[in-house]
Design a protein around this ligand. Structure first.
Ligand code: P6P
Length: 339
């Protein structure tokens, strides 16, 4: 692909499909539909302050978080785009308690299901801090001639066929993988197209950033507190804006480690495994990074028991996640005095 010619997301996806003769084009269609939904959400995110879609929608979502109006808008747009495409047979969203079966369009039974967090970090919306959409795509495991079922969504991260995020920041970026590397596309508002801007993204081996909610320091387990002390001793810089997509995006591009360990309030961790941790772990691993839980298990190997399951996570540069793992193993092996 020539270096200076504009390559749109659509063109890139179609070209990549040609690499796989057996590709039916469904995944291509699905990725393109998500790109369309992202453009629609972006349009509203960018003018949210001008419309009456700021503020809390006096609702709470499947996991009890207050829902911002833009959350609901983004959720509905993604559902509408995916419903109309006929490219997927079911959806699971952070905003919906249960999964949503999608009837086949023109009797074409789709083989994919989509999981997403329509607007992650939404508590930042009212203060104009960047937010993001996270998605993952699985091949269905249920009978192709029947509606999708819960098993289609409770698959390990290792079964993802594609994952991505859209970051609505100073510019709007869509980053995705289909298991053959990670590529980033910046929305050019003058032509309304996502254009290839970051080809074959590789996470730095290590970086100078660590990203954790330092406010919970005293609520972390002692070995995690000692590791965070170590990050400070190493003069890593703390960067945390409370928007997982934004915090991890920085680390994907500049290196570092993002941590959301277990706390007293969230003994299983706060972040959701299905539509936050697994898709972002697939992307970071495809870019050469690592993603494990505070219990040092690979995130993408974790059993998925329910849609809104929470997980602890340490994700980022390989050398730094390996360092954290070794640190916690060493500390946990010490006698229990002083815990
Ligand atoms: P805390 C946003 O609500 C979110 O789900 C993630 O985007 C973010 O990383 C995390 O929660 C922030 O949580 O407890 O630090 O405010």
């Amino acid at each position: 692909m020539s270096n200076n010619r504009t390559v749109t997301l659509d063109e890139f996806i179609i070209r990549r499909q040609k690499d796989f003769s057996f590709a039916s084009g469904e995944l291509t269609g699905l990725l393109r539909d998500i790109g369309v939904a992202a453009k629609i959400v972006n349009r509203e995110v960018n003018k949210a302050g001008l419309l009456n879609i700021l503020g809390v929608a006096d609702k709470s979502n499947a996991t009890g978080d207050e829902v911002q109006k833009l959350d609901l808008y983004a959720n509905q747009k993604l559902i509408d785009c995916l419903k109309n495409s006929g490219e997927c047979c079911g959806i699971a969203s952070e905003e919906n308690e249960d999964f949503i079966p999608i009837n086949s369009v023109a009797d074409k039974s789709s083989k994919y299901v989509v999981v997403f967090d329509p607007l992650d970090g939404s508590s930042n919306i009212d203060v104009n801090v960047s937010v993001g959409t996270i998605f993952g795509i699985y091949r269905r495991v249920s009978d192709a001639n029947s509606p999708c079922n819960l098993d289609d969504f409770l698959q390990k991260g290792t079964k993802l066929v594609a994952a991505g995020y859209v970051l609505y920041g100073t510019s709007t970026l869509l980053v995705y993988t289909t298991g053959r590397g990670v590529n980033g596309f910046t929305l050019d508002p003058t032509i309304g197209e996502f254009c290839l801007s970051h080809q074959d993204i590789q996470i730095p081996e290590r970086g100078n950033y660590y990203s954790v909610n330092q406010g919970y320091y005293l609520k972390f387990d002692v070995e995690m507190r000692r590791y965070i002390d170590y990050c400070s001793d190493m003069n890593y810089r703390l960067r945390y804006i409370g928007s997982m997509v934004s915090d991890i995006h920085r680390i994907l591009f500049q290196g570092g480690i993002f941590l959301y360990p277990n706390t007293r309030k969230y003994p299983q961790g706060k972040l959701r495994l299905v539509y936050e941790c697994n898709p972002l772990s697939f992307i970071v691993e495809q870019a050469g990074g690592r993603s494990i839980s505070s219990q040092l298990e690979r995130i993408m190997d974790l059993d998925v028991k329910h849609l809104h399951q929470r997980a602890t996570i340490a994700i980022g540069s390989p050398a730094m996640v390996d360092e954290m793992k070794a640190f916690v193993e060493r500390y946990s092996a010490l006698p229990t005095f002083g815990k």
